[in-house]
Design a protein around this ligand. Structure first.
Ligand code: HEC
Ligand code: HEC
Length: 356
């Protein structure tokens, strides 16, 4: 590993660990669903500076969710030692045990093949266990990504792209993103291969329920995830996708048996289907040409069907505005060049509603 890379690691992990260690913070009652934080470059500039985007298409903050600026760090519930259980599982874990970055909770051991040590336990002091953020079944969480259904080569390429900085983000201040870069840099090539080969062996499974609606629950961001505002209420969905845990309490225990619901605007799935299948009269290029007829991947071109809408949105946006680059990514540039925020929401609504 190059010297320059290693030198940055302590900074990464200092930031990461502070974030993970913070005890529970009260949620400010009036927190906006999506904080209006200006996009600022990371203070340690370990990630490349955010590239420019036009004023009429700012980063969709519901997809790049970060905890409110009042606290500006990961807010998790308080740890405790009380044994808890989740549906369809005989495992008992306390919150403290479930929230261990180096011993990922395995509530449903029968739901996945035996996973390599690096996936379930990581290696102290870094990298953390893949399964903590991506689950052992690889379906993942909104701040992260679905890994099931991707090819081994693609996964390894992405790890290299995080290492080199070719895969960046328009929100380099997003600690979740920096966490993944830190993991990529700390992995040995052998560990990366073991993890990539494991996740590539998994098939996608239904995990996100996509529902068209006019109104959505008011949300706040907690632990980088949109959750119901404790003050209650609803609001118009607007041009947004609101991806939330189906059950916040189970999500809080990192239950890998309870998935997500994604609210999308009325009519968006049909509009998205038209863009995805026909290209919308030159607006974009039909996705099946490269992502396979069922959009579940072709060769090393990744699966996109049924994957998390927040992450799909972040990736389309990052590619459109030059934060994610590379020879393979160049194939995607003409696909996204002309997309409006409404096109992106429609495309993602449709794609994430498909069978993974
Ligand atoms: C601390 C949480 C965390 C851990 C641990 C973690 N990841 Fe990630 N991972 C993320 C986040 C967050 C993203 C999304 C980053 C982005 O927006 O590009 C991600 C994205 C990825 C992607 C990109 C998928 C895509 O959409 O193209 C791959 C591949 C990946 N992770 C592999 C791994 C592997 C392999 C491990 C274990 C060795 C691992 N990750 C451990 C948080 C984590
Ligand atoms: C000309 C080929 C081509 C077409 C057409 C194409 N893609 Fe892609 N797409 C790719 C390649 C190649 C990658 C992987 C880039 C990389 O290796 O980083 C990709 C990556 C992506 C990603 C990032 C996935 C991830 O795991 O992070 C998304 C999202 C995506 N494409 C969506 C679409 C959608 C939606 C369409 C249709 C509207 C589409 N693509 C059409 C070639 C294509």
């Amino acid at each position: 590993m190059a010297k320059t890379r290693t030198a940055l690691l302590p900074v990464f992990f200092a930031v990461g660990l502070i974030a993970w260690n913070v005890a529970s913070q009260p949620v400010p009652p009036s927190s906006p669903a999506v904080p209006a934080t200006p996009v600022t470059p990371a203070p340690d500039s370990s990630a490349p500076a955010a590239p420019a985007y036009p004023a009429n298409d700012p980063p969709p903050l519901w997809a790049f969710a970060m905890d409110p600026p009042e606290t500006a760090h990961f807010q998790k519930s308080a740890d405790d030692d009380v044994p808890k259980s989740v549906p369809n599982s005989t495992v008992q874990l306390s919150r403290k045990q479930a929230f261990n970055l180096f011993d990922a909770p395995d509530w449903h051991p029968d739901s996945h093949p035996p996973a390599p040590d690096i996936v379930m336990h990581g290696r102290r002091p870094r990298p953390a266990a893949c399964a903590f953020c991506h689950f052992a079944h690889g379906m993942g969480i909104p701040e992260g990504a679905t890994l099931a259904g991707l090819s081994e080569n693609y996964i390894l390429e992405q790890i290299n792209a995080y290492r080199s900085g070719a895969r960046g983000t328009v929100r380099p201040d997003m600690i979740a993103f920096r966490g993944m870069v830190g993991v990529a840099k700390a992995l040995t090539d052998e560990e990366a291969k073991a993890a990539a080969s494991y996740y590539a062996s998994l098939k996608g499974r239904p995990w996100i329920k996509v529902v068209e609606t006019k109104t959505v629950p008011k949300t706040i961001v907690k632990a980088y995830t949109l959750v119901r505002d404790p003050a209650g209420g609803t609001e118009p969905i607007g041009n947004r996708i609101i991806e939330m845990p189906l059950d916040e309490n189970l999500f809080d225990l990192r239950d890998d048996g309870s998935g997500f619901i994604a609210y999308v605007p009325v009519g968006s799935i049909k509009r998205g289907r038209a863009l995805v299948t026909t290209g919308g009269k030159g607006k974009t290029i039909p996705c099946a040409a490269c992502h396979g007829s069922d959009l579940r991947g072709m060769g090393d071109v990744p699966a996109i069907a049924g994957r998390g809408p927040s992450n799909l949105t972040r990736q389309l946006y990052n590619i459109q505005y030059g934060a994610r680059n590379g020879t393979q990514v160049d194939l995607m540039k003409p696909v996204v060049a002309k997309l409006t925020p409404e096109d992106r929401v429609a495309i993602v609504a449709y794609v994430s509603s498909l069978k993974p």
